[in-house]
Write a protein that binds this ligand. Structure first.
Ligand code: NAG
Ligand code: NAG
Ligand code: NAG
Length: 851
């Protein structure tokens, strides 16, 4: 009976969500999105609001769109304001008869169509003329590779004319520089049973290279509101090219996709302005059938913006993770972004830095970091794309058209999508997190001789430029076959940690630490970390001057943000969440330190206000683990009445090579919350009580009875009191030790500061004084300033860790950019189908007509 009603209910939901797909008329009507308590029916809500119910928002339960006829703009603004004031329980509101029901409106926002998403189309392709010397690999190896390629094509009956140009599938010029996928095909693993949705500018379902794999049921056109996401604008080629990379049919047209027996759907959102409603619906569209969402787009990569999806979209993403694919989670794959040339970084993009997305950067066919591909601590993996004088060959719009110039991170994302499809084909039960594990476990580090690779706590190699390395289809799918599914996701949110201190300029940083105890981890049912997020507020009058790093207890460093020359916004970071995958596998226990820096000495300065640390990972006991609540509009409210716990803040001076925390001055502990209980392992830092940190605790796992080794007397009191007693003793002990260390350090500093010239760090400080002369002029400081800053960055890091983010990122700035600047095709901003390209392409006579 109950089951029946559930079934009935969900079919009602389904029809409602279908209802939300009616055309919107933004010229004639105004639209708002509303989250309703489930007790308030949308019809009744429409009545109260004096609006028309337009249907549910995609697959988001209890989220609905309402509309008003145009011309009531002020009235609607007032209504939304009023609703918000009520939710915040502000006084001075008119008492209304439907007061009680109005409380059932949990959230509301206006829906305005925007064109804020951009295709991550290739930056200017590298010129064919310039070939690098590295190119000439031994010809014998190449000959063998060509022979092997022919053999494979023969065995698999691949007759696709441009298969030989698809070096990303089988590279005969640089053997081994490919996805390593053909071994899987030979095993019969070709994506059977998988469905990928290409969320983009359409998909040419009539292309002879796609039509047999086209999945109409999972497709929709949100731009022109219809079932068929056909490319309609002249530059609607992007989605079709991405689709070809994933699932181009093995036939006699163009090439093959990575998962050439998989299905592919098209969801069109990029060709016109869309509302958050459309976008939220799009990324959940058909989410019981569509398994993978391939997203080669994002906010503009100008290096001057910080743009995150709105609440509805973030909720839809979590909804997809929690309910999509029958609860195993939709797989979101995002292109990292092409803004490296603009100094952009994928942690400034709220899609790529989401824990729910697999962020894919690019390498070129020489395994080098291309000048466009963005780096960041949220980047999981890289794979092949344009650069190194070549691009990706794939399907194009038109019945038999092919493209040989697909590129940018736009082209990298879908290749990983194809590999993910192959893994799903073998193990459909893999969850969204299993897929990320498989990537971490099997990615192959590249260019490990380059700077910036760190060995992580679990012995993996991680680089902000390459993530965990390049994806290897063969080893990933082999591991997928026997992979033991991970337990559900647990998390730990620290309290909001108040800092409120000015950020020193120059070679100093402002550090704030938070200690995670074993107890907190247990309370939160958290066994090991996957993702780490840091949400923070920093006031600054020139945002691009800021950079932030996170140090884990094991010493792994995440560069959460980097200074960006072009980012002159007078805003700082406002509740911005940065993400890192570099701490994958750590236990989380110990001290986490965030260091905020402003290395440019100028008139622009700032203040580090507060931050919150969140650890996300595998649960200890999967059976008791609940799902994380959907993101809320007030998740970041931190002006609560509770006193914010004071954390140790440290000005990290360039006075010693030690870790920042070690030079920490004891702070005034007087204003610690009085209810702070000593934890089992107190330290000198002001660690907020575990209770505050365990806000989202699924259950409190009690301590065992034998919490102390036998030689310690128990005083016949309760465990808690014992902890308190021993904690106090430990605290006193540690206080004394800290005091001793503090005086030692002070003495040491005094000694050091006397003979100024004896220490390299003092040189840094002198240099610093001269800096404003050369570097303070923000405008026109040019290359000199850049190189100086780079060097300074190096010195800064050397001062306390021996690691430079400038060095880490030098691959993109130093190594590749000049090459790009030299290019002949440098002005060829967008792809154009001119003959220039085809003339230059080698052995591509077949291109453009496949039959
Ligand atoms: C590539 O796949 C083959 C099987 O086809 C496998 O033997 C080899 O180890 C893989 N290469 C790498 C680098 O893992
Ligand atoms: C996969 O699908 C293709 C095309 O539909 C079919 O020919 C092939 O036999 C299937 N392979 C497996 C392993 O099911
Ligand atoms: C941060 O900056 C804003 C605007 O510049 C200012 O109103 C606010 O008081 C500042 N907050 C702190 C705590 O300094």
């Amino acid at each position: 009976m109950r089951l029946l009603s559930v079934v009935g209910f969900s079919s009602i939901l389904f029809s409602l969500s279908a209802a939300s797909l009616y055309p919107r008329d933004h010229d004639a009507r105004d639209y708002i999105a509303v989250h309703l308590r489930s007790s308030l029916s949308p019809d009744r809500a429409a009545q109260i609001l004096g609006a028309r119910h337009e249907g549910q928002i995609g697959e988001l339960e209890d989220h609905h769109t309402f509309s008003f006829s145009k011309g009531r703009g002020d009235e609607i603004d007032k209504l939304l304001e009023d609703l918000q004031a009520r939710r915040k329980r502000k006084r001075h509101l008119d008492k209304r008869e439907d007061e009680e029901e109005l409380n059932g409106i949990l959230y509301s926002e206006k829906l305005i169509p925007k064109q804020r998403l951009h295709k991550r189309i290739p930056p200017p392709p590298a010129s064919w003329a310039k070939s690098r010397s590295k190119r000439s690999t031994q010809s014998r190896a190449k000959e063998a590779a060509v022979a092997r390629q022919q053999e494979i094509a023969g065995e698999l009956v691949i007759k696709d004319p441009i298969f030989v140009n698809q070096w990303h599938l089988f590279n005969t010029v640089q053997p081994g520089h490919d996805l390593n996928v053909t071994g899987l095909w030979l095993e019969g693993i070709t994506g059977n049973g998988t469905i990928t949705a290409i969320v983009d500018d359409g998909l040419d379902m009539y292309s002879n290279d796609l039509k047999d794999n086209y999945f109409a049921e999972g497709s929709y056109d949100f731009n022109d509101k219809g079932k068929e996401p056909k490319p309609r604008l002249s530059d609607d080629k992007h989605g079709t090219r991405c689709a070809g990379e994933v699932a181009a049919v093995k036939n006699n047209v163009c090439g093959v996709g990575v998962a050439y027996n998989g299905k592919v759907a098209g969801i069109r959102i990029l060709s016109k302005p869309v509302t958050d409603e459309d976008e939220a619906a799009a990324i959940n569209y058909g989410f019981q059938q569509n398994q993978i969402y391939s997203c080669s787009w994002g906010p503009v990569d100008s290096g001057a913006t910080m743009d995150a999806p709105g609440l509805l979209i973030r909720r839809a993403m979590v909804n997809g993770i929690q309910k999509g694919r029958d609860g195993k989670g939709s797989l979101f794959v995002f292109a990292a972004g092409n803004g490296a040339g603009n100094g952009d970084n994928c942690n400034f993009d709220g899609y790529t830095n989401s824990i729910y997305s697999i962020t894919v950067g690019a390498i070129d066919r020489e395994d080098q970091h291309p000048y466009y591909s963005e780096s960041c601590s949220a980047q999981l993996v890289v794979t092949y794309s344009s650069g190194g004088n070549d691009a990706i060959s794939t399907t194009d719009i038109g019945p038999d058209s092919c493209s040989n110039k697909h590129g940018g991170t736009s082209a990298a994302g879908p290749l990983v999508v194809g590999v993910v499809a192959l893994a799903l084909g073998v193990r459909p039960e893999l969850t969204w997190r299993d897929m990320q594990y498989l990537i971490v476990e099997t990615a192959i580090p590249v260019n490990t001789d380059q700077e910036g690779w760190q060995t992580t706590a679990i012995g993996k190699k991680f680089s902000h430029d390459f993530g965990y390395g390049k994806v290897d289809a063969y080893s990933m799918v082999q591991l997928a076959k026997t992979w033991k599914l991970v337990k559900p996701q647990a998390w730990l949110h620290s309290p909001w940690l108040k800092v409120h201190k000015d950020i020193p300029q120059g070679l100093k940083g402002l550090a704030s630490s938070f200690e995670i105890t074993e107890e907190m981890l247990k309370k939160n049912n958290l066994e090991r970390i996957e993702h780490v997020t840091v949400t923070m507020n920093v006031n600054h009058t020139r945002r691009g001057d800021l950079s932030v790093e996170l140090r884990s207890p094991t010493g792994v460093v995440s560069h959460l943000s980097v200074a960006r020359d072009g980012d002159t916004v007078n805003a700082g970071y406002v509740d911005w969440t940065f993400m890192s995958v570099a701490h994958w596998g750590e236990t989380g226990k110990g001290k986490w330190t965030v260091i905020v820096k402003d290395i440019t000495i100028n008139d622009f300065s700032g203040r580090f206000l507060d931050w919150q640390l969140s650890l996300w990972g595998e649960s200890i006991d999967g059976k008791i683990q609940k799902l994380h609540p959907l993101p809320g509009p007030h998740d970041h409210d931190h002006d609560t009445s509770e006193p914010a716990p004071e954390v140790m803040t440290t000005t990290v001076a360039s006075t010693g090579p030690s870790k920042p925390s070690a030079t920490g001055k004891p702070t005034n502990h007087l204003d610690r919350p009085v209810n702070a209980k000593p934890s089992a392992s107190p330290t000198s830092t002001a660690v907020p009580s575990g209770s505050a940190a365990a806000a989202a605790t699924p259950s409190t796992s009690g301590l065992t009875d034998s919490f102390l080794p036998s030689p310690f007397p128990t005083f016949g009191v309760s465990k808690r009191t014992q902890i308190w007693i021993y904690g106090s003793i430990a605290l006193i002990f540690i206080f004394c030790v800290t005091l001793g260390v503090y005086f030692l350090v002070q003495r040491h500093k005094r000694l050091r500061n006397n003979p100024r010239d004896d220490y390299e760090f003092e040189m840094v400080a002198e240099d610093e004084e001269g800096y404003p002369l050369n570097g303070a002029g923000v405008a026109g400081a040019g290359a000199k300033k850049q190189s100086q800053r780079r060097r300074r960055g190096g010195e800064l890091y050397d001062a306390f860790a021996g690691e430079s983010d400038e060095e880490i990122f030098s691959g993109s700035e130093d190594g590749e950019k000049p090459y790009y600047d030299d290019e002949e095709d440098g002005d060829d901003e967008r792809e154009d189908d001119g003959p220039k390209w085809s003339e230059k392409s080698r052995g591509s006579g077949e291109l453009g007509s496949g039959s």
